[in-house]
Design a binder for this molecule. Structure first.
Ligand SMILES: [Zn+2]
Length: 391
């Protein structure tokens, strides 16, 4: 292995301008190593879809160039590959209706850093973008880096990206050299949960629900976000539950989202108290905090939402037989109160005979919490950042 002296910049190592197929495969392997932090060559082959021989050749070239280090692996057969010290940061941003969450880490590994702000998409594009970039600057400063060191940027947005304005344009004013990878935040949350939220086999089919002000969700199968033919896979917030129910933002009536979204649950609390209290929660996050404080009216509201969600998740199971379901977003913070109600709703849909089939579906609330979508966006963009930097 040659030594490279000062750490290389990841932008140079990842540039895909005018590359041969072999060089492009080498960059793909390096990206996979960055996303997974460290991995066996067998796992890198599964992750990239390249043959073991191609991965082995790529790792040898990367090692020769001082970009990766190969060491013994205690968990699996073969050696473990990890990034050599390198300059560069990967960024993920969750743009929710009422919040922006930023995740950032060095591309050569280390802990994911987070910050969040209450200025979300609902307050207009200028405010959220400025706030997000200020948080990015702050976290970069913590690592001794600046905006020129950003290697990739993922942005999770609260709508299907196919039918929406280009959200990322608001970021260009601040980060003209960085091309964002944009996707629905449900997909980003699912990718975050797949990578960091749970122990599982690589080929698991995971469904993550991200229920806050809106209800988003994502499916990840064998490490790939499953969008379907036109990007609407996992749009379970718009499965109709009450045909004559409230009008939904999608134009239909009675979608699941109209029963379990933050604004609906806050309405439920107000109706339960008939205006007799002045200290009612105004956002879902506060409502969930009151559930944890033992207020039973609020727990009942969450249980009703969980039951409706569980019935729909059961329908999803009957179509695609998921292995793992993760309940996240602000609603997921309700923990066991939510999960138990979801299980009860689930059993209304899924026949008991299927419940006993091995392996049982793992259904649990998110361990990543608010970090899920931003962490997923970070990894998603690092795995698949646009080629050809303007620098
Ligand atoms: Zn709808």
């Amino acid at each position: 292995m040659t030594t490279s002296g000062a750490p290389r910049h990841a932008r140079d190592a990842l540039s895909t301008r005018r590359l041969s197929v072999r060089e492009a495969n080498t960059v793909a392997v390096l990206r996979a190593i960055m996303v997974l932090s460290s991995a066996s060559q067998a796992r890198l082959a599964r992750w990239t879809g390249l043959s073991q021989a191609t991965v082995s050749g790529a790792v040898a070239r990367l090692q020769q160039n001082g970009l990766v280090e190969v060491g013994p692996n205690r968990d699996e057969r073969g050696n473990r590959v990890r990034c050599a010290p390198m300059i560069g940061a990967a960024v993920g941003i969750e743009l929710a209706h009422d919040r922006v969450v930023v995740a950032l880490r060095r591309v050569d590994g280390g802990r994911v850093l987070h910050q969040s702000s209450v200025h979300g998409a609902g307050e207009g594009k200028e405010l959220w973008a400025g706030t997000a970039v200020a948080m990015v600057d702050d976290l970069l400063d913590t690592l001794g880096m600046d905006r020129n060191d950003i290697v990739s940027l993922g942005l999770g947005v609260p709508t299907p990206v196919e039918h929406q304005p280009p959200w990322e344009k608001a970021l260009i004013e601040y980060l003209p050299d960085v091309q964002a990878v944009v996707d629905n935040l449900g997909n980003m949350a699912a990718f975050g949960e797949y990578l960091h939220g749970t122990e599982h086999d690589d080929d698991v089919l995971l469904l993550a629900v991200h229920a806050s002000h809106e209800v988003d969700a994502g499916l990840v199968f064998a490490g790939r976000v499953w969008r379907g033919a036109s990007g609407h896979a996992a749009a379970l917030g718009h499965i109709p539950v009450e045909p004559a129910g409230k009008r939904c933002r999608c134009g239909n009536r009675g979608c699941l989202e109209t029963l379990i979204s933050g604004p609906h649950l806050i309405d439920q609390v107000r109706q339960a108290h008939l205006g007799r209290r002045s200290d009612l929660p105004t956002i879902l996050d506060d409502l969930v905090t009151r559930v944890h404080a033992g207020e039973r009216v609020y727990a009942r509201v969450i249980q009703d939402a969980g039951h409706a969600l569980g019935r729909v998740l059961g329908e999803v199971f009957l179509v695609v037989n998921v292995d793992t379901v993760v309940l996240g977003g602000d609603l997921g913070r309700a923990g066991d109160v939510l999960a138990e109600a979801v299980r009860r709703g689930w059993t209304c849909t899924v026949p008991a005979s299927m419940e006993t089939v091995d392996p049982p579906v793992r259904l649990r609330t998110s361990r990543l919490g608010r970090a899920a979508a931003a962490s997923g966006a970070l990894a998603f963009a690092l795995a698949d950042a646009p080629s050809g930097w303007s620098a």
